[in-house]
Design a protein around this ligand. Structure first.
Ligand SMILES: Cc1ncc(COP(=O)(O)O)c(C=O)c1O
Length: 385
């Protein structure tokens, strides 16, 4: 087949399904307002939940590390790419998460793709929530294990999958994958119940806290910590590009897990180490979260979540508020209309969410002013009229 014809044909199909995507270019730092296509708009699209992406502490830490360590790492972590900034970040993350150890990765996607196939493989079983992020799904596929999916937060089906797995494959490893806060729905997993179930069946659990870390709990230590479940969960994952304002991700748990992944997580082993200044910025974010200023930022975020939840008559479970529209094109139109009114709110469509459940994904941060939130709520209300 002719290559260009193939590409054009596929793009036309994507377009006619209302699913064509393009990149929006921002010309300012992240913040409650961003410069988008030459115009300042209120930013309700970002996962920079604590407003740290442009925080002076992170900028200073990154700048100092740049001066000290340069830009690139030259090789993978196991060759000569591990800088002391990576180790200091990992120590800080382990302390913050109250686990024995943490291992950092270049992104959440890489963490999932490296960790999941290291923990389960052919002949094993992976059981995951229907709404798990694409990186968890792809990690499960790459693992080559038998995959079973349970309806979102559906404990009964999870239990029946676990029963099936241990009866059918008595010697297999069984790995459950969930998020603590779901990225496109903003709701939380029934974590305590899931921990109890996986323990009953001798399964292992990986919890992705990408949208829980920095958000849940008084110091933003995440849902696992909030429920004091840390020592009952095999692997905790989190990203550094959302509430931590930087870039990268981590897996934390036991010292043995750290050493094992250092030897078996292919995305860790076979990829150039992330730049030291990103590690330094992430560490500055961890230190900030441990300080009184961090606690105040988390409190401010919680205040803003409560305000938006009350205006949208939605539960205040996280910083993510889905406004489900349904049709793909209608969601895009709604997003465009909001942009005309000065609000950046993305339309989320298939394959990120199920077909016919396209939505506006509103995210609130500690940096928003109450007035911004009130104005957005009125615009959203007028969209529905
Ligand atoms: C739940 C979840 N996990 C993992 C990721 C991937 O993290 P990263 O952007 O660092 O690759 C994302 C989104 O980016 C996410 O929403």
């Amino acid at each position: 087949m002719n290559f260009d014809q193939f590409l054009t044909g596929e793009l036309e199909r994507i377009q006619s399904a209302g699913l064509r995507r393009s990149q929006r270019v921002i010309n300012s730092p992240q913040g409650p307002e961003v410069s988008c296509d030459g115009r300042l708009v209120a930013n309700f699209a970002s996962n920079d939940y604590l407003g740290l992406a442009a925080h002076p502490n992170l900028r200073d830490a990154a700048r100092e590390a740049l001066d000290e360590a340069g830009v690139g790492t030259g090789a993978s972590r196991l060759i000569c790419g591990t800088h002391s900034h990576h180790k200091r970040l990992e120590e800080a993350l382990a302390r913050f998460k109250r686990t024995e150890a943490a291992l950092s990765f270049s992104s959440g996607y890489a963490a999932a793709l490296g960790t999941i196939p290291a923990l389960a493989g052919k002949g094993d079983v992976i059981v995951l929530d229907k709404l798990c992020h694409a990186c968890l799904v792809d990690g499960a596929r790459l693992a080559g294990a038998s995959i079973r999916v349970f309806p979102h937060n559906g404990l009964e089906k999870l239990e029946s999958h676990l029963r099936w797995a241990v009866q059918t494959f008595p010697d297999a490893r069984v790995l459950v994958l969930i998020e603590s806060v779901y990225s496109m729905d903003g709701d939380r997993a029934p974590l305590r119940e899931i921990v109890e179930l996986k323990e009953r069946f001798g399964a292992w659990l990986l919890v992705d806290e990408a949208h829980g870390i920095g958000v849940v709990g008084k110091q933003g230590r995440g849902l696992v910590d909030e429920l004091r479940l840390s020592n009952r969960i095999e692997a905790q994952m989190g990203t550094l590009g959302k509430a931590f304002g930087s870039s990268g991700a981590y897996i934390c748990g036991s010292a043995a897990l750290h050493d094992y992944l250092t030897n078996r997580a292919r995305s860790f082993i076979f990829s150039t180490a992330p730049p030291p200044h990103c590690a330094a910025a992430s560490r500055a974010a961890v230190r900030l979260l441990e300080s009184a200023e961090g606690e105040a930022l988390v409190a401010r975020l919680h205040e803003n979540i409560t305000l938006l939840a009350s205006r949208l008559s939605a539960p205040a479970q996280s910083a993510i508020f889905p406004v489900v529209i349904g049709g793909e094109e209608s969601a895009v139109k709604a997003s465009q209309k909001l942009l005309e009114q000065g609000f950046l709110v993305p339309a989320i469509r298939y394959p990120t969410v199920a077909r016919g459940s396209a939505r506006l994904r509103v995210t609130v941060t500690a940096a928003h002013h109450h007035g911004d939130i009130e104005r957005l709520a009125s615009s959203l209300a007028s969209l529905r009229e």
